[in-house]
Design a protein around this ligand. Structure first.
Ligand code: C2E
Ligand code: MG
Ligand code: MG
Length: 704
């Protein structure tokens, strides 16, 4: 090693740079220890550097950088003598271990005797610097993107003297010109809505005091055009050595659109889309608030009115839903017109509205308000060419009842409304304890009834129907009983209406029809007659409308094997009048099967005589109220006679129900009523009892 090598090493030690020396004539290359270390080569400088050394170096240079490193070195070699001594500076990447490092490489040509002899230079690892530069560039780019893309206004503020600097976008966001900004924070804080200022300053203070890491807060400011804008401010403080904030900077974003969408969403989830009135959720919330006030010792009471339009479904079906919607909007407008300040008017479902009446004296006030609303609803309405009068049933619940839960109050108002409906509609009912008890009993009965059906607690009683002329049993009526484990035998009046309401009547009726037909088959076989016994089975309105009825009757006939003409279905007169046309068609289908039809409870349903002859019925059953009035001499003899005659004219049989005295039977025989049924002949009884009667009396009913 000569003195030059020593100098290399010294310089290298102090400069932290690596050295290289390329002997152009010998084609060898000397790399200093540090350079070799950087390249990950053995650091032993005494190791002879073979002629392949320059290539070893190039092999490690990043493929993107190698071509121009070579070009630069070639350029240096070919340099004309005149410009000798020029230094080359190039930054390139080399592979070191697993990764790439950036080297800054300097070089110059050394001539000996005027001819290029060596290229010499040094390298420094500048990876960290390059990374920092890259990071900075990225950060700047991001910043620019952020400011441009997010449409943010930027601001810097001195908490100490109140100076405020801001970007043009910041002022533009508020519709201000830059000239309107006087350099102080007043341009900001003076425009914040007074209601939002305490919240904003609190948020800033929390960050300044170090309790919050960042400032992030939403608030409203006044735009130059007078509108309110929602803004989101983000910021961070710069602190001095003592931890005190000396400067604060951040961004501000206009979030008005997002806020509006959010508020709309909030509004939508608490309001009905069509009328924009509060919905059930909001109503329940308001009731809850009123109950809270009440619990805290509110001096006044309040009431909840539940308003349900009568027969809205049929109106809607008849008019079509778009006219139906218009009708609802018109009704809603009438209700809105009557709403007092403090009251909540809500729409709960299509045709169901509720009013939470704030501050009422007593029940009279609530009923008066309900009357006023009902009258407003019932005023004639013009919809296109239609003139309509819509009535409503109203249920009232009073805070005085003492509610814990909003839902309970709404439930009671609903119960009262249902009572108004069943009481004949267009009425107002106030909830009271009896109603709740009745509702509870009903609920329990319904549950029990389901069990009854499942556990076969239902049974059929049979009551003989007598041919008056011969005094012999002609047939039977099947009457359902519920053999309740605690209550004993429950009469149908106590469970049939409920079964009808909850739909259980369909499976119950199916069972009754099947059982009665099988029983008839047994009796017809054991007690053959020239005219076989018939069996009357009651069919409820819901059952009669059920689409499966016809198939059920076919099935029952096939299953029991009774002749169709000995099966009679009893449908009530009131049912016929509910939907006469559909009813008539259905009756015809059944009549076509040769099954017979009786109109039950005749005389109570106000059916019009003009209709009666259109129904293909076989018998009219004179309601027992008329028959029994025969004995009390209230002048009903004429009615019974007229009905019997009417039956004759229409080609139907007359059946008198509820015959209890011989005098009644006598009278009925005289007017040629064909059949009679009543306690006088036999009470409804289980099949075994009836069978004993048939055996003992041979079908001749003992007359009391
Ligand atoms: P309904 O079809 O008019 O039945 C006649 C009712 O009069 C029966 O009442 C019967 O027990 C009663 N009755 C018979 N003779 C006399 C009498 O001389 N004096 C008095 N005071 N009453 C008499 P029940 O069994 O309580 O049935 C009541 C109603 O329940 C029936 O009236 C019928 O509408 C309905 N019903 C009974 N069973 C069924 C059924 O299986 N299905 C359906 N849908 N309804 C049924
Ligand atoms: Mg009947
Ligand atoms: Mg009857």
């Amino acid at each position: 090693m000569d003195g030059t090598s020593d100098r290399y090493r010294w310089t290298e030690t102090v400069s932290a740079e690596g050295m290289w020396d390329w002997d152009l004539r010998a084609g060898t290359m000397f790399l200093s220890t540090r350079f070799r270390q950087t390249l990950g080569l053995a650091s032993d400088i005494s190791a002879p550097s073979g002629p392949s050394c320059p290539e070893e170096w190039f092999a490690r240079v990043h493929p993107d950088d190698a071509p121009w490193l070579r070009a630069a070195l070639d350029g240096l070699r070919a340099e004309p003598q005149a410009s000798s001594g020029r230094a080359m500076l190039i930054e390139h990447r080399v592979r070191c271990g697993d990764g790439w490092r950036w080297l800054s490489c300097r070089g110059m040509l050394v001539r000996e005797s005027g001819r290029p002899a060596r290229l010499v230079g040094c390298v420094a690892d500048v990876t960290e610097r390059r990374a920092a530069e890259e990071a900075l560039r990225l950060a700047e780019e991001r910043q620019a993107l952020l400011a441009a893309g997010a449409n943010d206004g930027l601001w810097g503020w001195s908490p100490q003297n109140g100076d405020l600097i801001c970007s043009p976008r910041w002022t533009a966001m508020l519709g201000l010109s830059e000239a309107e900004h006087d350099g102080t924070a007043r341009v900001w804080f003076d425009r914040v809505l007074p209601a939002d200022l305490p919240g904003l300053t609190a948020a800033i203070d929390l960050h300044l005091s170090g309790e919050r890491e960042h400032l992030q807060h939403e608030f409203r400011m006044l735009h130059a055009d007078g509108t309110e804008r929602w803004l989101l401010v983000r910021g961070i403080a710069q602190r001095g050595g003592d931890g005190q904030a000396v400067w604060m900077a951040g961004s501000m974003t206009d979030i008005t659109a997002a806020k509006r969408a959010e508020q709309q969403l909030l509004f939508d989830s608490f309001h009905d889309g069509m009328t924009r009135l509060p919905n059930r959720t909001l109503l329940l919330d308001r009731i809850g608030q009123a109950l809270d006030r009440d619990r805290r010792g509110g001096a006044t009471s309040f009431a909840l009115l539940l308003i349900d339009l009568d027969r809205f479904k049929s109106i809607n079906d008849a008019l079509g839903s778009s006219l139906g919607d218009r009708l609802l909007t018109m009704i809603a407008d009438r209700l809105i017109g009557l709403r007092r300040i403090g009251d909540t008017l809500a729409r709960l479902s299509a045709d169901e509205f509720a009013v939470l009446l704030d501050d009422i004296g007593d029940v009279t006030d609530a009923v008066e308000a309900a009357q006023e609303l009902s009258q407003a609803i019932a005023k004639p309405l013009a919809l296109d060419t239609h003139q309509l009068v819509v009535t409503a049933s109203v249920g009232v619940a009073l805070s005085a009842t003492g509610y814990e839960q909003a839902e309970d109050m709404l439930r009671d108002a609903t119960l009262a409304m249902h009572r108004a409906k069943s009481g004949g509609r267009a009425r107002i009912e106030v909830f009271d304890g009896d109603l709740r008890r009745a509702a509870l009993t009903l609920m329990r009965t319904e549950a029990d009834l389901r069990t009854a059906v499942e556990q076969e607690q239902l049974c059929l009683f049979y009551q003989p129907i007598i041919a008056l002329e011969s005094g012999r049993i002609a047939g039977f009526e099947a009457l359902m009983r519920w053999n309740h484990p605690e209550r004993g035998l429950v009469p149908p009046g106590e469970f049939i209406p409920l079964a009808e309401e909850c739909g259980l009547i369909v499976p119950m009726g199916r069972w009754a029809l099947r059982t009665a037909a099988r029983q008839l088959r047994v009796w017809q076989a054991r007690f053959p007659r020239s005219e076989p016994f018939f069996m009357s089975v009651n069919v409820s309105a819901r059952q009669f409308r059920d689409d499966d009825l016809v198939r059920l009757v076919e099935e029952v006939l096939a299953d029991s094997g009774v002749p169709p003409s000995s099966l009679k279905l009893e449908i009530t007169e009131s049912m016929l009048m509910q939907d006469p046309d559909t009813c008539r068609r259905r009756m015809q289908t059944i009549r076509d099967m040769d099954v017979r039809l009786s109109i039950d409870d005749f005389g109570t349903g106000y059916s019009s005589l003009s209709y009666l002859h259109k129904f293909p019925a076989d018998a009219l059953k004179i309601d027992r109220s008329f028959v029994q009035a025969l004995s009390s001499r209230e002048g009903n003899a004429a009615i019974v006679q007229v009905v019997a005659t009417l039956a004759q004219i229409l080609g139907m049989d007359a059946v008198a129900e509820g015959v209890e005295t011989e005098a009644e039977a006598e009278f009925l025989r005289d007017i040629r009523c064909r059949y009679a049924q009543g306690f006088l002949f036999a009470r409804p009884a289980p099949a075994a009892t009836i069978e004993a009667l048939l055996v003992n009396a041979g079908g001749l009913v003992p007359v009391a």
